[in-house]
Write a new protein. Structure first.
Length: 114
């Protein structure tokens, strides 16, 4: 099975999650989503695997969230479009494995999908 991590190397939690996976012998495909933005379709697929609404994957404290006119009540379509246009809005790290997904907050939370 392929394991992928949506990773931001500047984020200590993202680095810790990647290190945890590697310590388990898992060599995930690393998606540097800030440099290689995700499409709306990829975001929708990840949300489906996560089993959560779009708000669960949005960094609500990011200034871009307010600047984009988004709120907690914004429709999923608006949130997904915003994340695709402004990848800084995507919560990280997200680990995808075998049709399932988990946010690495805390890093150990990703262990549930293995």
């Amino acid at each position: 099975m392929t394991t992928t991590i949506w990773h931001n190397p500047r984020c200590s939690t993202s680095r810790a999650t990647l290190a945890l996976l590697e310590s388990m012998g898992i060599r995930p495909k690393v998606r540097l989503y800030l440099q290689d933005p995700l499409t709306e379709a990829e975001l929708r697929a990840a949300l489906n695997a996560l089993g959560q609404p779009a708000l669960a994957l949005v960094r609500q404290k990011e200034p871009t969230f307010r600047e984009a006119g988004l709120t907690k009540a914004s429709p999923d379509d608006d949130l997904i479009a915003a994340m695709a246009a402004q990848p800084i809005l995507i919560e990280r790290p997200l680990v995808l494995h075998d049709g399932r997904a988990a946010l690495g907050r805390p890093p150990e939370a990703v262990l549930a999908i293995f």
